[in-house]
Structures are given as structure tokens and as C-alpha cells.
Design a binder for this molecule. Sequence first.
Ligand code: G6P
Length: 614
Amino acid sequence: MCGIVGYIGNKEAYPILIKGLHRLEYRGYDSAGVALTDKNGKLSIYKAKGRVADLEEFCKDKNISGNIGIAHTRWATHGEPSNQNAHPHYSESESIALIHNGIIENYAVLKEQLIRNGYHFQSSTDTEVMVQLIEYVKTLNKVDLCTAVQLALNEIIGAYAIAVVEKDNPDQIIVARKSSPLVLGIGEDEYFIASDASPIIEYTNRVIYLEDEEIAVVSRHEPPRIITIKNVEKTHEIIQLEMNLSQLEKGGYPHFMLKEIFEQPQTLRDCMRGRIDVSCQHVVLSGIIDHRERFVNARRIIILACGTSWHAGLVGKYLFETFCRIPVDVEYSSEFRYRNPVIYKDDIIIAISQSGETADTLAAVELARQAGAFVYGICNVVGSSIARNTHSGSYTHVGPEIGVASTKAFTAQLVVLSMMSLCIARALKTVDDAHFFRLLQELNRIPDKIEKILKLNDAIKNLSKIFTYAHNFIYLGRGFNYPVALEGALKLKEISYIHAEGYPAAEMKHGPIALIDSEMPVVAIATDNGMYEKVISNIQEIKARNGRVIAVVSENDTVVKSIADYVIEIPATEDCFDPLLTTIPLQLLSYHIAVNKKRDVDMPRNLAKSVTVE
Ligand code: G6P
């Protein structure tokens, strides 16, 4: 979490930094700040609690200028959101300023030592310790800023992406990273730094991704010099980005989330392009084909993920077990990494992460690698840490997802998992040819079916008005739709702040049914698939206790229609692809309820899109 951005060149830095902060605001938005060095070498910091817009308001009547600056948008870890705790932070003498994304685990010990050496702290953040330590080391050893950063980082335990500027050296920014992302943008006599490429793409598509424990010295007139914290010189290939600016704009939609929901037919076509051939006879995932033997001989699959990606993983379990007959465990990365799990060398680990930066998933991947397992990544962000730390993988290719609540990344994760399971099943011969072709053809039709569901947007918007003031919701599904129930409830919680629980429908009678009364809306996924009759019985049980049922049903359904209070009709598909369709109306329902409640849909309170702290 937290977004960092920096600029050095011949243009005014402030507008570039503010625009960059807006692009990174999805990473955190409880306070923001900027540090600039002006022509006279004066280093100034401006910061404000709240959104980037609050920082702009604060800076409105200030005379801010300078061609070099760093800026930060924060998601609080140590210390509440406040002006004092906002970044950048000054060193004791106010000659150095620093911004940071990550967590310093040994900050308390370092802080105590620095206080003993006469340093004073203005904030309760772990970050301030870094800038003070850099100044302390610099003064003590009489070294330049880069060496001081290097020495200080050797003392630090934790995760960081930092940018540091110094009053007496107004022609350079020092950046470094470990376990938090950092990208350098290479322009003409100008350089950009950012947590991801979105603030950079407007100016240049040439970037360098820093690796862990690397430091870059970024100066106006020469290419960045890269060294490690252990003083090894490095050279890096410049990568050409394929992202375009329109992907970062709302394109006429009121929110990124709605835009991203509506993009799904196209993003899923993009995700399948070149992987399923036009005649739907083959699925080609090079990440699997290159390691065919590994997959064919896998003893077990362990899927690691967090949040929405974990829900995709749960659908993955149903897919792999159904088609490949390989046992699958789905684990929260945060639990897996700390519980000494049993990992066999012939296990396949699949790490799912939209951002590719989720700290817990990254650490869980590292653990699995150390145990000798083969790790496959399903990521959206190209070049992200998880993508780079896995043996093989598949990108979801949905373009930047900016709304904090994940939508298009989720459905693309489901498509990748579907393609993977079919690709492996083919190699294992666990699915016969006719069935395989039928499934591929159906997967290929899914984007058209989603287009049809999106036409229900107005009807779902009307439906949402009935439930805007509900205090609780229950979501029910079975089989492949059980994870969708969890995901539907999560979407509602995240953006409307209504308490919601997802449940496997049959489990209701073991507790949650006690909650049912006429005040309790129940969203039941009751499409005409393998569990249809069973779900109908579960709906009957809810109706018998006066619950209000909104059912997602297959077109032409008559039975559920006659029992449920409201129905949303969607096209039929194969059981295994049902989640790709049933999730769409639930995304729209959550979105409209949140809009009715005037919630900040794209930046819900307390959340961040990229969770780079554990
Ligand atoms: C955060 C986001 C969720 C996301 C989760 C995992 O909580 O708000 O939308 O599902 O992190 O993120 P990842 O990037 O690993 O998929």
C-alpha cells in the first residue's frame, strides 16, 4: 500500500507529481504530501491529511515551484492518518526528505538508538526512522547520500520502496526497493519514479523495474546508476510498456468500477486471445506446455491468494478436481506463510494476485520455492514481483484495474484457471475429446453471454433501490457458485459497508438460518445446474422464515421465479463456467447499492488495492 512518485527534469515537478498521486491513489488515500527543491536549493515539504485533493487544496495558495520532487499517498500502518504522520518526512536537520512504501520491522530499536544520539521525532511512523538513520549514518561516516542510503538499508529489516532527496544536492533523487514495487521511467533529460507505471505512461513508455535490494541514483543528465545495497553495480534492460493512457481514464463512466464491470466481455476476449484457437480444438498456455511433465506428475496443487483472488482460487479447486482429478488445497497466503505447511517437491503451487505485489502472497511464494515446489503465477500486472518470482505463469491481460474492488481481474482469473484445468486435463486424458471441445466452445461464448447480462444494468439498478438501507445481507450458492456467494458478499461489504456473509446454501441450517427474518435480504444463486433442486429446497427454507430472496436464475426458469421475491435472469452455461456469469449481476448489485448510499465506490474507506504490507 501507499503510492510513491517522483520527478526530476526540466518541467515544473508539482503538477506531474499531483497527477501521479491521483493515479496511485488506489494504493492508499488517508493523507498525502510532496517535497520539492526549488531553483535556490530550498527543500520544502507540503502535506495534508485526507485525499490528494485535500493536499491540492492546501497547496492552492502556496508558491510551489521546482524541477525535482517526490510525493506520497498513504495507507496508514504505523501511526494514525494525520498531518504529522503523512510523508514526506524530514531528517533532524531538515536537509533530507524521504517517502516510503512498506514496513520497517526493526524501527523501534533503531528509533531508540537514534533518540539516544540526540535525534527528535515528529511522527509515530516507522518511516521517519529511515530518514533519520540516513542522516545519522551520513554525518557519522562523512559519506555522500547514496552511500548513506546504502549503509542505512543494511541496518533495516522490512519492506521498502523509498525515494530520498537532499537540499545540498538538488540534482538527484535516490531510490531503493525491497519487497515493495518501484519503477523508473526514462524520458529525454527527465526521469520519473513511481510505485507502478500508471503515473509514468503519459510521458514515456520506457521503464526499468528495480529488483530487491537495489538502489538507483537518478540525476537529470545521465542514465540512472544502479547498485545493490551490498555495493554490486547492476545494469538493467529498458522495458517498453504496452499500457495506454485511455486504460487509466474513466472513459465516460462515473466510476472506474462500473467501467471495469462493463469491460469484461472485452477483457475476457483479450485473456483468451491466442490461447484458445478459433476452431476451439486447442488451448495453448505456454506456461504449462513448457513444464508439461511437472503438471502431469503433480501430487497436489496448492493455490495461494488473498481477498477476491482467493475466491477465484476456490473456483480453481473445483475446476482442477473436476477435470484433472488432482487434489487441490486453497490457502490464504497470510496463514500459509506462518504455519510451517507441508510442501512436497512434486506439489504445484499456484499464486493468484491481480497486483502481483500482495506481500503475504509474495512471502508464501518464497516459502514454497524454498521448499522446492514449482510455483505458477496468475497475475495481472506485467513485471510485478509475484510474476517475476514464480517459475512460470499466465498473465490475465485485463489492463490496469483501478477500482479498489476487483471485478474484471476476478473473471479473468477464472478464465485462466479454466484454461489451465482444461490444458492439464488434456495432457492427463482425464476429459474425453468431445467433452473437451464442448467446454472450449462454451468458454469462448462466455464474453457474448456477459454482454447480454450487462444489458440488465438498469433493472439491477432499480432493484438496488429496494435494498439500499438493509443492514445485513446473506449470499448463498452451492458447488461452483459457492465461491461466487463469498465474492458477492465481499463486494457488497467492501464498497457499501453493509455487513454481508457468503455461505454454502446447505450450511444455512447449521446456524445462519437463525438470522433470517423479514428484514434479511438473501441473494441466492439458483441457476439451472447440477445443484438446482438442492438450492430450491434451501430457498424454500428461507421463504418459510419470511426471508426476502433475490435469486439469480437461468433464463426461462419458472420454479424459483414462483418462490423468490425478485429474480435476475441470466443465460445458461456449463456448471463450471457459471461463476463467470453469476458474478456479473452481483457486481452490479453491489455497485448500485454503494452508489445509492453515496459511498466512494472506487476508493472505499480503510482499503487499498495493492496490499504491500502483511
Ligand atoms: C486487496 C484488494 C482486493 C484484492 C486483494 C488481493 O484487499 O482490495 O481487491 O482481492 O487485495 O490482491 P491481489 O492483488 O493479490 O489480487
